[in-house]
Design a protein around this ligand. Structure first.
Ligand SMILES: C[S@@+](CC[C@H](N)C(=O)[O-])C[C@H]1O[C@@H](n2cnc3c(N)ncnc32)[C@H](O)[C@@H]1O
Length: 649
């Protein structure tokens, strides 16, 4: 028996489908326990009044007395306080290294369900559920006895010892599994990471059926965002209708019972803590299933399969995973360059697996070893040796050139390189773009711009084929635009003068970016097309400069037009013959001209405006991504750049 959510009526894109749903249970990740409030997830005050902490365990902190008193009972009666004060010391170090938020969220979830009479020993017999939440797959996990099983068994033992002080006797389900095991697995497969800024996932939250019954799709038609409740805000005051309603394949009276509890109750359901809102990202017809995504969508079919199986123990049955022949995006993400236009002559290549290993090693070098320079060198050498460039030259050396710029290995490589170069630029910029390091800073910032724009351009190509990539595109456009603004600050020149020009030239694209109302799909398509054309024409002027003296970037003619691969999906975005000819004339690019500077600034504003437009659609105007884009655009239009820059730049 499986639950799913279906549209109660036809819904246009960029409309909210649910009200702000309060959580059943939340837990901050261990690293944020001393910087954020364990009740509302806000940052702790740095000024008096100081943060308050639990006097018994000293492990959780609160931003105000309201949060402290609202969470006191949950923290102590769930066993979380005891867990910190006593039982955590007995846990194995490996357990602690991985963090304890899942165990703490499970303690809280169990207490919440028990308090509301939603746990009973026979509720699991027929439907593999606890409190209405799916626990399907638990048997397979335990039978496999891998790392996840080990974590569940150790975690559930810690939970039971922390819960011993309570008066209730612990429930054992008739399937032989303890309530702690069931709760921990329910948290693992139903919780979501809480992101309220573009920096970190702060913690996890588990919601009731009205959110947890949304299934996953690799081509989702909905997204979700988090909202922090205002202090003293009354949860039940939000009476807006749910526009997605549950449906079930099979009969599950206990599951429906918990939904009725959630919908009808006027009790203080998680008064504080991040609330979640589901929003349409595509037009949805009445009766259609509404799906969100549980994983990163920029992955191949095999990688998604393994991600979903290792984390959730299910095999995805969505339209993307079951498409035959496979969708264009899966084809292009996985395809060896040599098969791009002749799938019948498939080469079987082990090389791609080796590239994956090299990439993984380089990423570890960066994230664990903290050596971004070695990471960049390793990845760039991989790309320059194996990435195809000019089609005709590749014909001569077909054996070597296996990668193309839309291959999933390249996308991960660009992601890592954009971040590593940005890190290196910041590292070398200790004295504000002056002194000896300014030339290094300039080079690093320029490379960060090129890779982040290439990543945005490649994702844009995938987005043209499938709108579900809208959320990834919005994030990458923001990173690209931000890097470009950093670059403009880094070079000699006046940003303000250029901004007026840039604002003017992107006016037609920005006109509709503030709308929250439902929008017509064709309007959306034509606005996106406008942005695409604008990015293409601006990139023509500055791409040759950005890629100059980088062997692996120079191979890419343009980061918006990939029609040269022979897989053009949209004719409107490709270079004319004259443009292509001009692109090969890269003489005299050593010096960045005023025109190019203005062009990069224009491009930054175009990317950020496009990001704001998409963020409004997929998350709404209050979301951090839309706000961040708005701040960057304001900053770009008012700031006077008065940096002293290295004379040789
Ligand atoms: C958060 S729950 C979603 C609601 C769930 N269908 C239920 O009955 O409660 C996650 C579980 O739903 C199922 N599921 C979600 N998306 C799926 C998909 N695309 N294909 C197959 N099963 C899916 C899996 O069993 C997964 O562990």
């Amino acid at each position: 028996m499986a639950m799913e959510m279906r549209a109660r009526e036809s819904i246009g894109m960029s409309e909210d489908l649910t009200r702000a749903i309060a959580p059943y249970a939340t837990a901050l990740h261990d690293t944020f326990l001393h910087s954020h409030c364990s009740s509302c997830f806000r940052k702790l005050p740095s000024q008096p009044p100081c943060a308050m902490s639990c006097i018994l365990c000293c492990s959780v902190q609160y931003c105000c007395s309201d949060c402290l008193s609202s969470d006191r009972e949950m923290h102590s009666s769930s066993g979380e306080c005891c867990f910190f004060a006593d039982h955590l010391k007995k846990a194995s170090p490996s357990y602690i290294t991985e963090g304890t938020s899942d165990v703490r969220a499970s303690l809280r979830l169990l207490y919440f369900l028990e308090m509301h009479g939603l746990v009973s020993s026979d509720s699991n017999n027929r439907s593999s559920r606890i409190g209405g939440l799916s626990t399907i797959g638990i048997r397979e996990v335990l039978e496999e006895s891998g790392e996840v099983a080990e974590r569940i068994l150790k975690g559930s033992m810690l939970m039971s010892s922390a819960r011993k002080m309570r008066t209730q006797t612990s429930v054992v389900f008739s399937n032989g599994l303890t309530v702690e095991i069931m709760a921990l697995w329910a948290v693992m497969i139903n919780s979501v990471e809480v992101q309220i800024s573009d920096e970190w996932d702060l913690g996890i939250a588990v919601y009731g059926p009205s959110f947890s019954w949304f299934n996953h799709s690799c081509f989702p038609n909905a997204s979700y965002r988090f909202e922090l409740a205002a202090p003293n805000e009354d949860y039940v005051s939000d009476k807006s209708e749910y526009r997605a309603v549950p449906a079930s394949k099979g009969v599950a009276p206990d599951a429906w019972h918990t939904l009725q509890f959630e919908e009808g109750s006027t009790h203080a359901l998680g008064k504080y803590g991040p609330r979640v809102v589901v929003r349409c990202i595509k037009p949805i017809n009445k009766g259609d299933e509404v799906c969100i995504t549980y994983i990163d969508l920029l992955q191949t079919r095999e990688a998604r399969y393994s991600d979903l199986w290792s984390k959730y123990k299910f095999i995805c049955s969505c339209e993307r995973c079951t498409a035959s022949p496979e969708s264009y995006v899966d084809f292009i993400l996985n395809c060896d360059f040599r098969n791009l236009n002749s799938p019948e002559n498939a080469f079987i290549s082990r090389a791609v697996e080796d590239f994956d290993d090299i990439l993984q090693q380089a990423i570890s070098e960066y994230s664990l070893g903290d050596d971004p320079k070695a990471c960049c060198a390793m990845i760039e050498s991989l790309l320059s040796e194996n990435l195809m460039g000019d089609l005709q030259q590749v014909e001569l050396s077909r054996k070597r050139h296996i990668l193309h710029p839309l291959h999933h290995i390249c996308l991960r490589a660009y992601m890592t390189l954009a971040s590593a170069y940005r890190f290196r630029a910041l590292e070398s910029n200790t004295d504000g773009f002056k002194g000896e390091n300014s030339a290094v800073s300039f080079k690093m910032t320029k490379a960060a711009v090129a890779y982040s724009f290439l990543l945005a351009g490649a994702t844009h190509h995938l987005f043209l084929s499938e709108r579900s990539f809208m959320t990834s595109l919005a994030h990458f456009l923001l990173s690209a635009g931000r890097s470009m603004l950093d670059f403009v600050e880094c070079v000699k020149g006046e940003r303000r003068k250029n901004v007026t020009q840039a604002k003017f030239s992107s006016a037609s694209c920005s006109a509709s970016s503030g709308t929250r109302d439902s929008m017509q799909y064709h309007q959306f398509r034509s606005t996106c097309e406008e942005f695409g054309k604008r990015m293409l024409s601006l990139s023509l002027q500055c791409w040759p400069f950005l890629v100059q003296s980088s062997p692996c970037l120079e191979k890419i003619k343009n980061p918006i037009d990939f029609s040269w691969l022979g897989t053009a999906i949209f004719q409107s975005l490709h270079l004319s013959e004259v443009d292509s000819a001009n692109l090969s004339c890269t003489d005299g690019l050593e010096i960045l001209t005023e025109e190019q500077k203005g062009c990069i600034l224009n491009l930054a504003i175009c990317c950020i405006t496009f990001c704001k437009y998409l963020a409004n659609i997929c998350y709404g105007p209050q979301h951090y991504l839309a706000n961040h884009a708005k701040d960057l655009l304001e900053d770009a239009s008012v700031a006077v750049v008065s940096l002293k820059i290295h004379a040789s730049v």
